[in-house]
Design a protein around this ligand. Structure first.
Ligand SMILES: [Zn+2]
Ligand SMILES: [Zn+2]
Length: 147
């Protein structure tokens, strides 16, 4: 199984600039920082977590700027919004191989997992699939060991 500690997709600054340019989003320093944080940490952060992290490097960034940047990039399908727990939206890079997620109920970390192909076949005829979200919950190896 894949997990976020083993799999590192590093998205370069020029790749990020290209993604924003293609979506006609002006690549401000704050937007780049937001995209970099989501794309290169792989922690599937909430908007609040992204804001706190960006604030450490850019003390004058506003919460609105960070939230608006996340929304704009989700609208442009650069980022993907995940509703793993109700009431909190997490962000993931959209442009990567389809995968499912595993949330550890003990430490709260989110791990990337495989997604079998052919899941679309489970959908009744006549329905057109635009997105598939599959979540697992349970204990990660570290927490299972400590349990
Ligand atoms: Zn855990
Ligand atoms: Zn993911």
């Amino acid at each position: 199984m894949l997990n976020s500690e083993m799999r590192k997709i590093m998205v370069s600054e020029s790749q990020m600039l290209e993604m924003l340019r293609q979506s006609e989003i002006r690549p401000s320093i704050h937007r780049l920082a937001v995209l970099d944080y989501v794309a290169n940490r792989q922690t599937h952060p909430t908007a609040e977590e992204v804001y706190k992290a960006i604030l450490a490097d850019f003390p004058n960034v506003s919460k609105t700027t960070v939230y608006n940047s996340l929304h704009a990039m989700a609208e442009a399908h650069i980022l993907r919004e995940l509703e793993i727990e109700s009431g909190s939206t997490r962000y993931d890079l959209a442009l990567q191989a389809p995968h499912s997620h595993f949330r550890c109920t003990s430490c709260g970390r989110i791990f990337d997992m495989n997604l079998p192909s052919g899941l679309d076949n489970m959908v009744s005829p006549g329905f057109k699939v635009e997105a598939t979200d599959l979540f697992f919950a349970g204990l990660c190896p570290r927490c299972a060991k400590n349990n």
